[in-house]
Design a protein around this ligand. Structure first.
Ligand code: PXL
Length: 278
């Protein structure tokens, strides 16, 4: 069985980061190890959340893993709680990879032109150094602009801008870049991927649903990670990840008593299982 390590916070309530990544990657039949970077009472869209930074606990955990000769077939990082953690994570990938391991970085820090609470532009530039080490990065358009030290363009862009952005992102050092939340027509939304190793671009989109839910980026990245771990190609993995994310949003909208803070990814599991066994 493949073993993946996912490194991100635990938001105890809120359906994001580890509470999404662990069940979704496990659903692929993949062993999922976790390294929590912080414990929050809820994610940061709630008012008054608590935050315990776990940076100081990471070295001892890694030392123990090293003594146990543990390795991972893939490492996927999401929300990281401090700039210091970026260096630790870089080191973790070097220490725990095997010859075929992949490294996915979701540079979680911003959306809709705004940094999340607790992050600044210095963190964004440090994050670009972690992205340089990744096989695949999955920023949204706000995060991509921050990684490159550019202004966020809002909705005013064309396909050429997206392709240039992808090229610049891979020039940071990562092999593949995927921009999420890309829309060229008002009722369509998708992801635009670029593989610098074979110069292939790939756009996959679905209908744009009339709602925005928290945690969908984590659902997308976790699904991408699980699909790659079971050996699906890069582009097939992207499609599965987009389609499952859409399915989760639809499941949430069908539930008249859904929560505001996250999607009903749990009720969409039958779709995912069926899809990956095709
Ligand atoms: O969904 C990304 C995410 C992860 N973790 C925490 C967050 C967010 C987004 O806001 O607040 C704590």
């Amino acid at each position: 069985m493949k073993r993946i390590l996912t490194i991100q916070d635990i938001s105890c309530v809120g359906k994001c980061s580890l509470t999404v990544a662990l069940p979704i990657i496990s659903a692929f039949g993949v062993e999922t190890a976790v390294l929590p970077t912080a414990v929050l009472s809820t994610h940061t869209a709630f008012k008054g959340f608590t935050f315990r930074d776990l940076t100081d606990d990471l070295p001892a955990i890694c030392k123990h893993w090293k003594e146990q000769n543990i390795q991972f077939d893939g490492i996927y990082t999401g929300y990281l709680g401090s700039a210091e953690q970026l260096d630790i994570v870089k080191d973790i990938f070097n220490q725990f990879k095997n010859d075929n391991s992949f490294f996915i970085v979701d540079p979680v820090m911003a959306d809709n032109g705004k940094l999340y609470a607790g992050f600044d532009s210095k963190f964004a530039l440090d994050m670009s150094k972690l992205c340089a080490k990744a096989d695949i990065i999955v920023p949204n358009l706000t995060e991509a602009a921050l990684l490159l030290g550019e202004d966020y363009k809002g909705d005013c862009y064309d396909e050429n801008y997206i392709r240039q952005l992808l090229l610049k992102l891979t020039k940071l050092g990562c092999k593949k870049a995927v921009l999420t939340g890309v829309s060229f027509k008002k009722d369509l939304l998708g992801v635009y991927g670029y593989d610098s190793e074979n110069n292939n671009y790939f756009y996959y989109y679905r209908e744009k649903l009339p709602c925005i839910f928290h945690g969908t980026g984590d659902v997308f990245a976790s699904t991408l990670c699980g699909a790659l771990a079971i050996g699906k190609s890069f582009f097939d993995s992207l499609k599965i990840a987009v389609d499952y994310t859409v399915e989760c949003i639809n499941a949430t909208m069908r539930n008249p008593s859904h929560n505001w803070y996250g999607v009903d990814f749990e009720t969409a599991f039958p779709y995912l299982i069926k899809r990956i066994s095709e």
